[in-house]
Design a protein around this ligand. Sequence first.
Ligand code: NI
Length: 248
Amino acid sequence: MHLSTATWQEIEARVKSGKTSIIIPIGSHEQHGPTGLIGTDALCPEIIAKACEAQNDVLIAPTFSVGMAQHHIGFPGSITLRPTTMIAAMVDWTNCLAKAGLTRLYWLNGHGGNVATINAAFSESYVPYSMESKLCPFAHKISNWWDLPEINKFCYDMYPIGHGSHGTASEVAVTYWGYPERAVLGQMVLDPKIAPDGPIRDAVDYRKRFPDGRIGSDPTQATIEQGGQIVAKCITALMQDLAIFEQS
Ligand code: NI
């Protein structure tokens, strides 16, 4: 079930039947190099969540699609929230969903740069309960899709050279599977073939170090078929991870 295409009565009935978990894809809109889509980090968790929902009885929230990407705004099209804005928005989403009885909030994340802010938002949402010595009625979990059980190894085995850490071969493959009409981008010849590596700082420094936006990757390896294999593997891992969270 998708929250966006459900009715309020369906959500109410679902919660009354004891199903209180919701998967919230969360990502970012930031450049992903010449062959990667700007929405990659939002699209990957969304694609995986939707594919999972097609096979399983899970509830999917709208994608929290703009995250903390200040280091990417030197490239046209990138959008960022300040950490404080993102925390405030996440706390608002949390309070609304929890008020409806959706008290197990599973944030399926697609952007490494979001992790610190997501965890800060969790803490912020718990503060009022801790301060008043009340038991918080909701619980959060963050799960980076590439950190789901066995997925990282699966991706590195698929791309032993040039997987990279931004504009990665695996995330680009997942988006090509989701949007096959964009896979033509992968035919581009990139120079250098494998992008440089280095630290991530501010936006100006980032563009200087990584002129085409990629870090350590050769995403021209990515194919639609490989993306489909990664998504299929993620569905199994996601269902296992969600079940553990629901029982904890
Ligand atoms: Ni990414």
